[in-house]
Design a protein around this ligand. Structure first.
Ligand SMILES: [Zn+2]
Length: 161
């Protein structure tokens, strides 16, 4: 008895071989195996594409919505996730990078360095947001000076110092 051994296709480090559905339900679909980065969480079977060239890779989605007391639902939204479009005309989009999306559909593609700088800016913005919230809360309570002495504030609020 002879056993035929076939070499398994070489997969680059950091990638896995996954099934992907290619084609449309109307014209016919087939399952092919594609190289997919380990960080990709996209289900390439459920999210079928017209052709292999249309396959992009997506990491987990992280989003934040900003509500308004004058509107229903969030009026601003930001999301970020890993992304790569291996057949993009723009070679910069072929490698793994961070995609930041907003409600308006303006996509921002960030290199790792750009993403780190943006994260630092958003951390500063979050700290300012907390400071503004504290000032607004104090102003609503009739205290416009956020640096007022705590004992004086408690007296004004009718509590003992
Ligand atoms: Zn993928």
């Amino acid at each position: 008895m002879t056993t035929t051994v076939r070499a398994f296709p070489a997969i680059r480090p950091g990638f896995k071989l996954v099934p992907a559905v290619i084609g449309t339900p109307a014209t016919g679909q087939q399952i092919v195996y594609i190289e997919c980065p380990n960080w990709c969480t996209e289900d390439h079977v459920n999210e079928w594409q017209h052709s292999v060239d249309d396959v992009s890779h997506w990491g987990d989605y992280y989003g934040a919505g900003i509500p308004s007391l004058t509107a229903e639902g969030p009026v601003l939204e930001l999301s970020a996730r890993l992304f790569a479009d291996p057949t993009s005309q723009d070679v910069r989009l072929r490698e793994a990078h961070v995609l930041v999306e907003g409600l308006a559909g303006a996509d921002a593609h960030l290199t790792p360095t750009m993403a780190e700088q943006t994260a630092d800016d958003l951390i500063k913005l979050a700290a300012k947001l907390r400071t503004a919230a504290r000032s607004a809360r104090l102003a609503r309570n009739g205290d416009s000076d956020p640096d007022m002495d705590g004992a004086l504030r408690r007296v004004r609020e009718g509590q003992s110092a």
